[in-house]
Ligand binder design. Sequence first.
Ligand SMILES: [Fe+2]
Length: 134
Amino acid sequence: MTENLINWNESYSVGNAEMDEQHKQLINIINKLFNSFKDGNAQSILDEILQEMIDYANFHLNSEEKLMFKYDYPEKEKHEEIHQSFRNKIEELNKMLNSGSKDAHYQLIEYLKNWWTNHILVEDKKYLPYLANK
Ligand SMILES: [Fe+2]
């Protein structure tokens, strides 16, 4: 049975349709990773979905940064730094996973869930007044 780790709902909306769509897509990939892990899929499949998540996260973070600069969001530099710390952390975790431990995969999924839900609900919400309906 497919069950979602994270369910997007209106409370996640940051008021910008493009960003909401990208957040939904990220959540889909994290759910896919979770389900694949739960179903005991092979390491190679988990690695493939993880790579998809990293690629999409980078695409999304870059798009969001472009919009923050375009609309001159006052906290854009601080927000960019938060994104950079995510990029660094995920690279570090990705290297750790090459050790092949299932436990490391589970920790990574938990980390992704917590990081993204908190980031969208707290940090991204702050740009809502600047990017809404743009
Ligand atoms: Fe963000």
